[in-house]
Ligand binder design. Structure first.
Ligand SMILES: [Zn+2]
Length: 211
């Protein structure tokens, strides 16, 4: 028995060692293939949040001053990018009654519907509300004598004008806008849900040409 045991133990050890050394042996596979996916998993979560941030900012239109100057007239640039105010009664839309949608002159975002336009007597196009709450952004505009609420295009941060609380019903608000910040696309061209496309077709933006 002792001889048998003395022979069997080394033999079994040798067989075990051989088996483990084979390429298909379970122990040699166990470590490696699991290590690779771990490395990949560790990398993926780092890129995903960046991708999501990029997607959220995709809609924003950001250009340098020199880029804006190329696609805007001097007055459009001074109003939308430098917060200038155009002259009252000497602008394109102060008394316009045509039906349509007023778009941002910079980025084409639909901003105001002619249905909410009213004659404020100020000499600037005035509206009771934006076409969509999300179309515009607001910023406190602290001047030397008064604090006003500046209205900007949500998409490209163009200065549009100011909003006041002395408007007619139903909102009681008066969005006092600069014509130079707007582009009216008349109703026939501006069908619902297609206004951006029609805007691009209706206004010949140099920005589109250069792309
Ligand atoms: Zn805009």
């Amino acid at each position: 028995m002792r001889l048998f045991r003395n022979l069997m133990v080394p033999t079994l050890l040798a067989i075990g060692a051989l088996w483990l050394g084979l390429p298909g042996a379970p122990l040699s596979l166990a470590g490696r293939p699991e290590a690779a996916p771990d490395e990949t998993d560790a990398r993926e979560p780092q890129t995903s949040p960046e991708d999501e941030t990029d997607a959220a900012d995709d809609d924003k239109v950001v250009k340098s001053d020199s880029e804006w100057r190329k696609i805007l007239t001097k007055e459009q640039f001074n109003v939308t990018r430098r917060k200038a105010t155009e002259r009252a009664f000497k602008n394109a839309y102060w008394k316009t009654k045509k039906a349509g949608v007023y778009h941002c002159v910079c980025c084409g975002e639909p901003l105001f519907d002619s249905k909410t336009k009213f004659d404020s007597g100020t000499g600037w196009p005035s509206f009771t509300k934006p076409i969509d709450k999300k179309a515009v952004a607001y910023r406190e505009d602290r001047g030397e004598t008064e604090v006003r609420t500046e209205v900007l295009c949500r998409r490209c941060d163009a200065h549009l004008g100011h909003v006041f609380d002395d408007g007619p019903r139903p909102t009681g608000q008066r969005f006092c806008m600069n014509s130079a910040a707007l582009k009216l696309v008349e109703r026939a061209e501006s069908k619902k849900g297609d206004s951006k496309k029609n805007y691009d077709a209706a206004v010949d933006l140099p920005a589109k040409k250069s792309r």
